[in-house]
Design a protein. Structure first.
Length: 692
């Protein structure tokens, strides 16, 4: 065995040179890994005994891509193109031996090899699009030459991982070898290649699929049209499509030039920077400075849920999907039956769409027990209260739970607004109390705010984070404050949106600007969807707000075909004259001199106070990191991924610009815009949220 460098070594196994890379955690293509490939192939070529070369990796995976941390830094060592040229120009066959995930640049390395051998559990893919990128090492030119344009388009714009069996069928893998016997399997395969004197297959030379696709230029227009909604706002999918188009229409070398040019544009742009930030933020969010990874956890084998309404039912489905039995409690048989019925209907709808079998439906329903007796939660390891938002009622429930729940059980509340420290005073074991704030629909939305109260124990926090992961959520640990992190920031945007429509904009102006910013919908369309009457009561309504007036007229949102907007029978929204008149009347009563409001002001008024509130949250220690706030807003409120979250966005546009506007607005409109101390300090120090 010869060491090439600190991450690669070469072993001559009879007539086969085996180049092994070992760069934990994922063998990413850092400078040393590129140097090991380049140097390893050179040495293998210089060794007369070696007739062929196997490229294999140690650890959990084959190369999982370029080293994302290197982007934006000065490159060291040979370029990836140099390393790939060594492989592709090798006169001896080079075989990639794949386990784990061959992704991005890693799969591009494999596509440059003459053959690919993999174990059954291996996967491959080009997920660059999820980082706002495109495969920049020949992947967009080689992939379609094997699978054709249509399949290549699907793969590069979705970033999907393809399993070994499918990869073999598509021609991406040449041979599947026994699990655990990859090295020997690859050596046997390459010996066969040499013995049979098979030609040195180069993917770049394949042309039949490209010639066939050239006769169907409509593939691209059709693909763009079919995916327009999904790709809205993102640059990378379109750039990926252009590269596949180049593969079909241009010679290989010309196609590579297009790929290079577009890759450079993306990698230096703000969208990819934002998406790379999100990639790392999603991994950081699980790391809790004062709750180490080895904190003891409480085994959660059974879950109790109090309340079978929309939230309780949705929460229950998460656990049933993960194979954890649930007991759900209601106070009345009718409500219980309704709740259980909704859960069954949701599952049956999924089955109808072919995404689950009827057997799966029955299995899940078989793990769900409905009851009217709170005592039935005495054996639950985790109990989640999901009743309506009333402090007295919640405290009463927790008081009762305290007497019923077994020692060590976690007592969680799904409150989105109430003070969890106060709820915890209702029990003699406040260390067991935590907030698990699910977002509606709870079985769909990825975000979970795990709310740590003053006395919550570390095992309870560690277990809550672990269980969140188990049920497929992304969890952010936050502290107790009004609205926690997500809704507290939302309140800023909502307040400004309401003010703007009195000052001169219309709801559809605000919605359009925020939709164009990248949100799935604006605040007024959102209110119509949710129902304007949430938290509104006919008896108490005094016509004091625009919402009061709309609800009083039975314009309660989409469900009544009218709210801020008018809706046709297909739920298409149209600006409403009625709403407009109400707004104008309100503004005039308040003596507001309406003015033209620019799109720019809508963004600044709605978004900058969110960034400022995020700074206050950080200052108060209610979120651990600014990137955790970004995770909350991306996964819970539809913040566009390509803008990286509110805090990253603040850094991108410049905190000095945000601060200057906040000060200007404060002078004009008062302390709603009072800058956070942290914002002032960061600007004074020339720092960003990302630098904290
Ligand atoms: C590319 O290839 C561009 C080329 O086309 C062009 C070049 C010219 N770099 O996810 P995990 C870290 S773009 C650096 O928790 P899992 C990760 O941060 C790249 N670091 O494990 C984490 O660190 P920590 C295209 C990376 O088992 C640790 O590894 N490739 C990279 O759940 C473990 O990660 C991709 O987009 C990287 N490329 O999942 C693949 N990848 O422990 C991105 C991971 O400090 N990676 N890390 O928090 C993945 O999808 C998953 O990490 C993978 C493993 C499926 C591989």
């Amino acid at each position: 065995m010869t060491a090439i460098n600190e991450v690669g070594d070469l072993t001559i196994d009879g007539d086969v040179a085996v180049l092994t890379l070992n760069s934990p955690p994922v063998n990413a293509l850092s400078g040393p890994v590129r140097a090991a490939i380049d140097g390893g192939i050179r040495q293998a070529l210089a060794n007369d005994a070696a007739k062929s070369i196997v490229l294999i990796c140690e650890g959990r995976t084959f190369i999982a891509g370029a080293d994302i941390t290197e982007f934006g830094k000065a490159p060291t060592g040979p370029s990836l193109f140099d390393a790939l040229a060594m492989i592709e120009n090798s006169p001896k066959p080079v075989i990639a031996a794949i386990h784990g995930t061959a992704l991005g640049g890693g799969f591009e390395v494999a596509l440059t090899c003459n053959y690919r051998v993999a174990v059954p559990s291996a996967k491959c893919g080009l997920p660059e699009v999820n980082l706002g990128l495109l495969p920049g090492a020949g992947g967009t030119q080689r992939l379609p030459r094997i699978v054709g344009a249509q399949k290549a388009l699907e793969m590069v714009t979705s970033g999907q991982h393809v399993g070994a069996k499918a990869a073999k069928e598509m021609g991406l893998f040449d041979e599947i070898v026994e699990e655990g016997k990859l090295r020997q399997g690859a050596i046997d395969f390459v010996r066969k290649v040499v013995a049979e004197k098979r030609p040195l297959k180069k993917v770049r030379d394949l042309s039949d699929k490209m010639e066939a696709d050239r006769k169907h230029p409509e593939i691209f227009a059709d693909f763009r049209k079919a995916n327009a909604r999904k790709f809205r706002g993102f640059l990378a999918p379109e750039y990926n499509i252009q590269c596949i188009e180049a593969a079909v229409n241009l010679p290989f070398e010309e196609g590579i030039k297009v790929e290079q040019k577009l890759f450079r544009e993306l990698v230096t742009g703000t969208q990819s920077a934002a998406q790379r930030h999100v990639f790392f933020a999603e991994r950081q969010v699980w790391k809790l400075p004062d709750v180490p990874a080895d904190t003891p956890q409480i085994p959660v084998n059974t879950v109790g849920i109090i309340g079978a309404g929309t939230m309780g039912g949705g929460i229950a489905m998460n656990f049933l999907n993960a194979g954890i039995p649930v007991t759900i409690v209601e106070t009345k048989q009718e409500a219980l039956d309704r709740g259980l019925g909704v859960i069954r209907k949701n599952y049956e709808n999924t089955a109808k769409k072919g995404r689950m079998t009827q057997d799966d439906v029955e299995k899940r329903m078989g793990m769900l027990k409905g009851t009217l007796a709170l005592e039935d939660l005495k054996d639950s390891d985790l109990i989640i209260e999901a009743i309506f938002e009333n402090m007295d009622v919640k405290k009463d429930v927790f008081g009762k739970l305290d007497k019923i729940a077994k020692p060590g059980a976690i007592l969680a509340t799904n409150t989105s607004a109430l003070n969890i420290d106060e709820i915890a005073t209702a029990v003699k074991r406040p260390e067991a109390v935590i907030g698990l704030h699910f977002f509606s629909p709870a079985n769909v939305m990825r975000l979970l705010e795990v709310v740590r109260a003053d006395k919550t124990s570390k095992p309870v926090i560690a277990t809550s984070m672990a269980i969140a992961k188990k049920i497929g959520k992304i969890a952010a640990l936050v502290g107790v404050c009004p609205g926690f992190v997500g809704n507290r920031i939302l309140a800023q945007r909502q307040r400004e949106a309401q003010k703007l429509i009195l000052e001169g904009a219309m709801p559809w102006d605000v919605d359009r600007v925020l939709y164009d910013f990248g949100f799935p919908m604006g605040p007024f369309a959102m209110s119509d969807l949710a129902g304007l009457d949430i938290g509104w009561s006919k008896e108490k309504s005094k016509g004091e707000t625009i919402r009061d007036r709309l609800c009083e007229m039975d314009r309660r949102g989409q469900k009544t075909s009218a709210g801020f907007y008018d809706y046709d029978e297909n739920r298409n929204a149209k600006p409403s004259k009625v709403t407009e008149d109400i707004i104008l009347e309100f503004a005039s009563k308040k003596g507001i001199n309406r003015r033209t409001i620019s799109d720019e002001e809508i963004i600044e008024r709605c978004i900058y106070p969110m960034i400022n509130e995020g700074a206050k949250i950080l200052e108060e220690g209610k979120a651990i990191r600014s990137s955790d706030i970004d995770i909350v807003w991306i996964n819970g409120y539809g913040w566009p991924v390509y803008r990286g979250g509110p805090m990253f966005y603040g850094d991108t546009i410049g905190l000095d610009k945000v601060l200057a506007k906040m000060k200007q607005f404060q002078a004009q409109m008062g302390d709603d815009f009072k800058p956070a101390k942290l914002l002032e300090k960061l600007v004074a120090d020339g720092k960003t949220f990302g630098s904290l």
